[in-house]
Design a binder for this molecule. Structure first.
Ligand SMILES: [Zn+2]
Length: 214
């Protein structure tokens, strides 16, 4: 499941913590202690630190908090920029006929991977369906990539999953791991009118595909 990373705008500390009581982690005892939020803030300030809400989800009754230093304006930790390293075992025959390399996630559409072309010295995005000739190393990289990036199953507001949705998700992700395609839009079968699984980019269901008929 690809849980989204949280935004810095969701970081909560001191008075921004929306709760009357908090559960504060005590470094010395290794335990949480329940106390009024304002007392916890005073305790943190007495240690020249701040009260920070620990879990990004929020909206719980007495959120778990830690005492740690916060500096304004808020900013993320910084890492030096660096290019994805190229592993030359992960080659594939590119459309130009040369050997290009898979280097990671394309971060656009589900299933798109980042590739590097050493001839043109540039990166671009590619799907597994566009790759035919590749060694075992690349094949297993793609298999792991697709399994790791498949969308999570549908849930409703209460976190429950409908039985038909669950079965559809199992089918769609199974086919996705084989094809690398995830259409991500609604569609229906032109023949029978069923709602297509979200990986299916065609205009017909598996039962009514021209290949199944022929
Ligand atoms: Zn159909």
């Amino acid at each position: 499941m690809t849980d989204r990373m949280w935004s810095l705008s969701e970081f909560r500390f001191d008075q921004a913590i929306q709760a009357a009581e908090v559960s504060v982690f005590d470094d010395e005892t290794g335990r949480f202690e329940l106390m009024p939020r304002d007392r916890a803030i005073a305790l943190a300030h007495a240690r020249e630190a701040n009260l920070v809400e620990w879990w990004p989800q929020g909206a719980v009754e007495a959120p778990q908090c830690v005492i740690t230093k916060v500096t304004l304006p808020l900013r993320w930790e910084q890492l030096p920029e660096e290019a994805e390293p190229v592993d030359e075992r992960l080659w594939f025959e590119a459309s130009c006929g040369g050997r290009d390399f898979l280097v990671g996630n394309g971060n656009t559409f589900t299933g798109r991977m980042m590739a590097w072309c050493p001839q043109k010295q540039r990166s671009y995005r590619v799907s597994s369906s566009e790759i035919e000739v590749m060694p075992d190393e690349t094949r297993y990289f793609v298999t792991g990539f697709l399994a790791g990036t498949q969308p999570g199953h549908p849930i409703d507001d209460r976190g429950d999953t409908d039985e038909a949705d669950w079965a559809a998700w199992l089918s769609a992700t199974r086919r996705f791991r084989r094809t690398g395609q995830w259409n991500g839009r609604w569609g229906t079968c032109q023949e029978c009118g069923c709602v297509l699984l979200p990986d299916n980019p065609a205009d017909h269901c598996a039962e009514h595909s021209p290949q199944a008929a022929g």
